[in-house]
Design a protein around this ligand. Structure first.
Ligand SMILES: [Zn+2]
Ligand SMILES: [Zn+2]
Length: 280
């Protein structure tokens, strides 16, 4: 296999194992490249991100592995950065401070500027999504989802991530309960964000985690959106968002089949010479 994964979480954040275990597994399954992207520290208590006093240790650990295994695999240092307006650290500050190879920008917490509260849309529990929607957006799904895509748009405009993480994550706990992805208001929001993605030349990741964790029955982004991305010539990468070494290439073969059928020819990956294309 000639695969790679740029979106990997270890025990430094909410992943399960020490980074070296992922490296060994990646070599075993024939990866040429592995990028670590722990959740970037946030300026408030939370259960998923790297702690402020642990971030240098994280960086040093990955850099040591990069050296140790350089004959066998290319290892890169990154962070999955949350964008929460007025709260999260600036992506460029994180990238410069920790000398990162690339950045992944994601929205997991949607801010309502009217009450300053945060709606957590990720994690295994749908109740948290449901209760958050009620409490923070008065149960108004259009409001909540609009805020989500608006936050994505502002992240693209003002933070300029190299990779946009799980573009339509907001659908995960919806499961057609609050809205259909075919409704015109939803499609309009997606279209607006894709236009911005295309203008700003951001790489969109095709993320398989929702499917293999059985939290969702489509990729992030789903096939309708992938079709539009193909028409807009948006560059993509394929990632598993692995939280365990055995997840590193989960659902990759199926995803590549879907991508090829959509028309995509290449995946983007990071190298010592910067971004490169690889045939699917
Ligand atoms: Zn994420
Ligand atoms: Zn992630």
């Amino acid at each position: 296999m000639n695969d790679f994964n740029l979106h990997t979480h270890s025990c430094f954040c909410d992943g399960k194992e020490a980074p070296e275990k992922y490296v060994k597994q990646a070599i075993d399954i024939g990866f040429h490249t592995l990028g670590f992207s722990g959740h970037a520290p946030l300026p408030f208590e939370n259960t998923f991100s790297i702690k402020n006093n642990d971030i240098l240790n994280y960086c040093n650990t990955i850099l040591k592995l990069k050296k140790k295994y350089k004959e066998k695999i290319n290892i890169f240092l990154s962070l999955e950065m949350d964008y929460i307006p007025g709260i999260s650290w600036d992506f460029s500050v994180l990238k410069n401070n920790y000398n990162l190879d690339y950045s992944i920008g994601s929205v997991h917490l949607v801010k309502n500027d009217n009450n300053e509260k945060l709606w957590f849309i990720d994690g295994p529990k749908a109740e948290i999504y449901d209760n958050g929607l009620d409490e923070i957006f008065n149960g108004n799904i259009k409001e909540g989802v609009s805020h989500y895509y608006n936050q994505i748009n502002n992240m693209i405009l003002f933070q300029k991530p190299d990779i946009l993480g799980h573009f339509d994550k907001i659908k995960m706990h919806n499961k057609n309960r609050y809205f259909s992805e075919q409704e015109s208001w939803y499609k309009k929001l997606v279209k607006q964000s894709l236009k911005l993605v295309s203008e700003k030349n951001v790489i969109v990741e095709v993320n398989t985690r929702g499917i293999y964790k059985e939290r969702c029955n489509s990729l992030f982004p789903g096939e309708d959106i992938l079709q539009q991305m193909y028409m807009l010539d948006i560059p993509i990468t394929l990632s598993s968002d692995a939280h365990h070494p055995l997840e590193l290439n989960k659902y990759f073969e199926e995803a590549k089949y879907i991508l090829k059928n959509t028309g995509f020819k290449n995946l983007m990956y990071f190298s010592d010479q910067g971004w490169k294309k690889q045939k699917i």
